[in-house]
Design a protein around this ligand. Structure first.
Ligand code: PMP
Length: 307
């Protein structure tokens, strides 16, 4: 369980953590009608800073648009709310969770009259797959669950209901003794992890699957592609056949929670040397230096909470 903090932002005010409750029959609870973001805030020499906050909030509003939700607040208000929640709870390094959801308006599925409610919560959160995973990597499997086909669930939206797919992938992987599952798309090609995008390295080239409507458009994925460019590492977005997972020199996940997590085996087949590879380490080190404010790549990726 996550440790409760003091306050949660709700539609313009900070309310006590314990008061952030919803009715059982809210459309969000019954039908998963909720869109959200997961954002990390890091301790930096200039105080807490939120990583790529405007990009995350843009995706949040894109998700709301796709699901025909019109939030009453401007994106800038949610940006300020994220900063306020970190400040009010006196958090340093933490996870920030904005949510826009359909509240209570009866039991119907078609819920244009459900009130649109906006929240921002935050709490301290360490390495998602464990501190050790960042250095030594994780064992993953290819999931027997396939990601939704394009034009079924719009996976560009980060919507709560879509996470039933992710939890099937994750729970099966854990039950079978793996840290994570890698899902294929409906065409049998590699899509993404349960809550991460995926990269592989082969002959010095950094490769990641196309954003073809089966995976989330990860903010970290985008950051890693930029960092690779800055470091002069060649990058390629392409269709990734399943078998190239096994023959990669290096493999890693990216995500807000997972940051850059090496994968040391897939389906019990060792990947490369079976540990964090040199390209992964270079990208991971640079990524962590940037998010912690130790290095500035000039792209304005940090929003200082006290700024
Ligand atoms: N795919 C899924 C399904 C996710 O939940 C996440 C985490 N938000 C990602 C990929 C990675 O996205 P990001 O780097 O923006 O956190």
């Amino acid at each position: 369980p996550i440790p409760p903090t003091t306050s949660i932002w709700k539609d313009g005010e900070l309310i006590p953590w314990a008061d952030a409750t919803l009715h059982l029959l809210s459309t969000a609870v019954q039908f998963g009608a909720s869109v959200f973001e997961g954002i990390r805030c890091y301790d930096t020499p200039k105080g807490p800073a939120i990583f790529r906050l405007p990009e995350h909030i843009r995706r949040l509003y894109d998700s709301a648009t796709i699901y025909r939700m019109r939030p009453e607040h401007a994106p800038e208000t949610i940006i300020e709310a994220c900063k306020a929640v970190v400040r009010d709870n006196e958090l340093g390094s933490c996870y920030v969770r904005p949510m826009i959801l359909r509240g209570f308006a009866g039991a119907g599925l078609y819920a244009p009259i459900s009130p649109i409610e906006s929240y921002v919560a935050a709490w301290p959160w360490g390495a998602y797959l464990g501190e050790e995973a960042l250095e030594h990597g994780v064992d993953a499997c290819v999931s027997s669950w396939t990601r939704p086909a394009p034009n079924t669930f719009p996976v560009a939206a980060k919507a709560a209901g879509h996470y039933n797919s992710s939890s099937l992938i994750k729970a099966q992987a854990v039950a079978d003794g793996y840290a994570e599952g890698i899902a294929l798309g409906p065409d049998g090609r590699v899509s993404e992890g349960s809550g991460q995008n995926l990269f592989l390295v082969r002959d010095g080239v950094l490769i990641t699957p196309f954003l073809d409507g089966t995976s989330l458009q990860g903010v970290t994925r985008n950051a890693i592609l930029s960092i690779a460019e800055d470091l002069g590492i060649p990058t390629r977005e392409q269709h990734v056949p399943r078998e190239s997972l096994y023959t990669a020199d290096e493999l890693f996940f990216t995500g807000t929670a997972s940051e850059v997590t090496p994968i040391r085996s897939v389906d019990r087949i060792q990947v490369g040397a079976g540990r964090r590879g040199p390209v992964t380490e270079r990208l991971q080190t640079t990524f962590l230096r940037i998010v912690r404010g130790e290095e500035d790549n000039g792209r304005g990726w940090l929003t200082y909470v006290d700024g």
